[in-house]
Write a protein that binds this ligand. Structure first.
Ligand code: AMO
Length: 430
């Protein structure tokens, strides 16, 4: 097993011996002196070699290097490796790489970079996106477990949709038609009711949306939470706000290198204003002269309203609350103060929706009525409504789109950059 990583070089002393394994990042043949940059997941280090030792080496070959550490002010972090031996462990087979990964930016269209994800991901700043993403998932788990949540894994092949609408992928399930899960919504509620009380899931969600935009994927990772015995939807918003604070505190420590690559400074404290949607629509109209669609903000409205919130509250986040019931799925709890409104919310982060959540209906008969009101047949949802016959507490939850959160933290332009292997309307490979 590999013992040393590049990061260790910078913690060791001059004169120490080391064996490193990694990829050839770049070869510099300067005639009188030859350098190779070796890359692994922890960084890049400079190797100083004799010309003969470089024979047969090419960028991206996998190598094993034995050498001695020596100080050099001009090298990365002031330390380099004087090579004794280089061995090629994995040869390369190409005439020319599809694009160069050594520059400040990759000089190729995003589509080309995605066509060759096996090359673009090698670039440390591209890989850094997924280190951040890994930490988001890790923090989600840790934070919810600290708060007494149980992790669940629910099926992704379902008999029906959960969110209403027709954005479902169909699957041939033996002699039946089945669907890919848009969300673990029904099952996370079920698990609250059976007695887990507080549950979470990190899982894939599938949306057959005909949206070819910078913020839509057809397969994404959903960070879902659901908890029982709540007073109202404010407890759900408190929970997510707590998570954001925990996440940023942890990212500052665990991903300092990656955040620096993107020049990101995360706020010390996240305190999220809660503003009813109708008020937000009014502000977007009065301040920016833009009309919003009925019962929602559009992408431009989300962006403009975020600008307003940043100015007024110095917050990158805002909860839009009290969405109209008519615009929300059948499981949404009606508001008890404003007719036609619901106890649901969206979380907007730097101008983009990253979360939907809210309190759910927990009364069986009320849910059956809500299903009818949405124009569905309650008989077709009996597998779901049955959960509400055997003691369902008042409950609610939320779901965060992992790629959207990653994208907004790092200020990426396109959600595809925050997906290891994106699936969109035009892409199911690589
Ligand atoms: P919703 O459908 O709003 O709510 O989805 C929740 C969050 O998931 C992300 N998301 C997407 N990300 C990328 N591409 C897509 N096509 C896409 N669709 C959704 C967004 C969004 O805010 N069951 C409810 C959640 C709940 O109430 O608990 C639901 O799925 O970040």
């Amino acid at each position: 097993m590999k013992k040393f990583y590049v990061k260790d070089v910078f913690l060791m002393n001059e004169g120490e011996e080391i064996i490193l394994k990694g990829w050839v990042h770049k070869i510099y043949d300067l005639g009188h002196v030859n350098f190779v940059r070796l890359r692994d997941k922890t960084g890049i280090v400079q190797l100083v070699a004799e010309k003969e030792q470089l024979v047969g080496l090419r960028n991206e070959a996998c190598i094993k290097v034995k050498g001695t550490l020596s100080k050099n002010d001009k090298a990365i972090n002031g330390m380099e490796v004087q090579v004794k031996e280089i061995e090629v462990l994995g040869k390369v087979y190409y005439d020319k790489l599809p694009f160069d990964i050594n520059g400040q930016k990759i000089n190729a269209a995003l589509e080309t970079q995605l066509d060759h994800r096996n090359v673009s991901l090698k670039k440390p700043s591209v890989m850094a996106v997924f280190k951040i993403q890994e930490e988001i998932g890790e923090c989600f788990r840790k934070f919810l477990k600290l708060n007494n949540f149980t992790e669940i894994h629910t099926p992704k092949i379902l008999a029906s949709g959960t969110e209403g609408g027709s954005e479902l992928f169909t699957v041939n399930y033996f002699d039946h038609r089945a669907f890919l899960a848009q969300s673990p919504q029904f099952y996370k509620q079920m698990m609250v009711g059976v007695g887990f009380e507080k549950v979470f899931e990190v899982g894939h969600a599938y949306r057959a949306e005909l949206h070819n935009t910078y913020r839509h994927l057809n397969e994404y990772v959903s960070l879902d939470a659901e908890m029982g015995f709540i007073e109202d939807e404010n407890e759900i918003m408190d929970l997510e706000e707590g998570f954001m604070n925990y996440l940023f505190e942890n990212l500052r420590e665990t991903c300092a290198r990656e955040l620096k690559m993107y020049n990101i400074t995360l706020p010390e404290k996240v305190s999220i204003p809660r503003i009813p949607l109708a008020e937000a629509q009014k502000i977007v109209y009065e301040k920016y002269g833009k009309r919003s669609p009925k019962g929602d903000l559009n992408a431009e409205g989300e962006r403009l309203f975020s600008e307003y919130v940043k100015e007024k509250y110095d917050s990158d986040f805002v909860y839009l609350t009290k969405y109209p019931l008519s615009k929300r799925p059948m499981y949404t709890m009606p508001d008890d103060t404003i007719a036609g409104a619901s106890k649901s919310f969206d979380l907007i982060y730097k101008g983009l929706e990253i979360t939907t959540g809210g309190q759910r209906i927990h009364d069986h008969d009320m849910l059956v009525e809500a299903i009818k009101n949405k124009g569905f047949k309650p008989e077709e949802f009996e597998f779901y409504t049955e959960n509400f016959r055997y003691g369902m507490p008042p409950h609610g939850g939320f779901a965060i789109g992992l790629e959207r959160l990653t994208m907004q933290i790092l200020g990426l332009d396109n959600i595809r950059e925050a997906s290891l292997l994106p699936r969109d309307m035009k892409r199911i490979t690589p």
